[in-house]
Design a binder for this molecule. Structure first.
Ligand code: DQA
Length: 144
């Protein structure tokens, strides 16, 4: 069975209480449960993680290199700032999908730039927690 790392970056631990008008009322635990449900349907195994620390996220991307078949990443604000995450994703060379709950292109201009988008297979943004489910479907196709 293929293993997919679902990596969540800064502030996503606050989901449910954080700006619910933008990010919805579901918690990160709800997102994890959704991922596990969808992964089961798709015959995928999910390793679901969250950290607020950029270096930890880099380490997890490196760890995926030997353990996982693909990476789904919501890097939060690091999407718009982190050359280190971009280099890590490019460096491991696994199938990778960048995701966002919100439609970052419909928000502030500083959210329009992603350092990760050029080095991933694709980007899914704006579907709330369903962005994770859509990414799992896309990842199962990429891995097959
Ligand atoms: C986000 C969008 C980012 O711009 C923001 O910094 C986040 C969440 C999203 O899922 O919509 O933390 O990645």
């Amino acid at each position: 069975m293929s293993l997919v790392f679902v990596i969540n970056g800064p502030n996503l631990n606050l989901l449910g209480t954080r700006e619910p008008d933008v990010y919805g009322h579901e918690t990160l635990e709800d997102v994890e449960a959704l991922c596990r449900d969808r992964a089961r349907d798709l015959d995928l195994e999910v390793d679901f993680r969250q950290s607020n620390h950029e270096g930890v996220l880099v380490d997890w991307i490196h760890e995926a290199r030997t353990l996982a078949d693909g990476i789904i990443i919501n890097a939060g604000a690091y999407t718009h700032t982190s050359i280190a995450l971009r280099d890590a994703l490019k460096g491991v060379g696994l199938p990778a999908i960048e995701i966002h709950l919100s439609n970052t292109h419909a928000r502030e201009p500083f959210r329009h730039r992603s350092y990760l988008a050029p080095v991933v297979n694709g980007v899914i943004a704006g579907f709330g927690i369903n962005s994770y489910a859509l990414a799992l479907i896309a990842m199962s196709e990429l891995i097959d």
